[in-house]
Write a protein that binds this ligand. Structure first.
Ligand SMILES: CC(C)(COP(=O)(O)OP(=O)(O)OC[C@H]1O[C@@H](n2cnc3c(N)ncnc32)[C@H](O)[C@@H]1OP(=O)(O)O)[C@@H](O)C(=O)NCCC(=O)NCCS
Length: 166
């Protein structure tokens, strides 16, 4: 299990992210969206390699001392093998090395897999956006805003006692 950083200027990076994203999410993003994202300063794109083959991805963006996870996914056949955790830990390492002290993300309140992963990593709920994720077949789901305080040493999560309850 290896994490590789994608080169923002290489068009293949955006193409690969789009293919992986489309295999994880019902609503895929076109390669052009990833190409544009990768051009924004502070964008970090990592892929998880298993036996040399990409099985997961994460894209994050940093601005000064804050970073946000834009998207993360692990191919369905490769989930529950530690790849999601590995990607999140790699993002933490990269961003803390760049001076980031808070890592944010947004997750659907009903996404048990992702919420459990993030909670295990030390993220806490700091906000809720009611009815944020629309669904064609029912009421919209709330989005939770989560934050992880990062220790400047890169040692992992720093104490965080001011999150609000979900
Ligand atoms: C969320 C996601 C990235 C997790 O990736 P993963 O590689 O399966 O996660 P890991 O194997 O690293 O899991 C780490 C821990 O997270 C929790 N977890 C992961 N999947 C879970 C599930 N389906 N149910 C409950 N807990 C889960 C567990 O605590 C797990 O540790 P354990 O296996 O030792 O119990 C993956 O499920 C995914 O791609 N989902 C679809 C896309 C998505 O929802 N992305 C997040 C949007 S915010």
């Amino acid at each position: 299990m290896t994490v590789a950083e994608l080169a923002p200027s290489d068009p293949v990076s955006g193409d690969l992210l789009s293919v992986l994203h489309g295999r994880v999410f019902a609503q895929g993003w076109p390669a052009s969206a990833f190409h544009a994202l990768l051009q924004i300063p502070g964008t970090l794109a990592l892929v998880m390699l298993d036996d040399g083959r990409p099985v997961g991805f994460v894209v994050a963006r940093s601005v000064v001392d804050e970073a946000e996870i834009i998207t993360i996914g692990v191919l369905p056949d490769h989930q529950r093998r530690g790849h999601g955790r590995g990607l999140m830990e790699a993002v933490s390492r990269h961003t803390v090395a760049a001076g980031v002290t808070s890592l944010f993300l947004e997750v659907s309140a009903v996404n048990v897999a992702a919420r459990t992963l993030y909670e295990r990593l030390g993220f806490t709920v700091v906000g809720r956006r009611k009815g944020y994720y629309e669904r064609p077949d029912g009421p919209a789901d709330d989005a939770l805003v989560l934050r992880l305080r990062l220790a400047p040493s890169g040692a992992g999560a720093a104490p965080d006692d001011d999150g609000v309850g979900a």
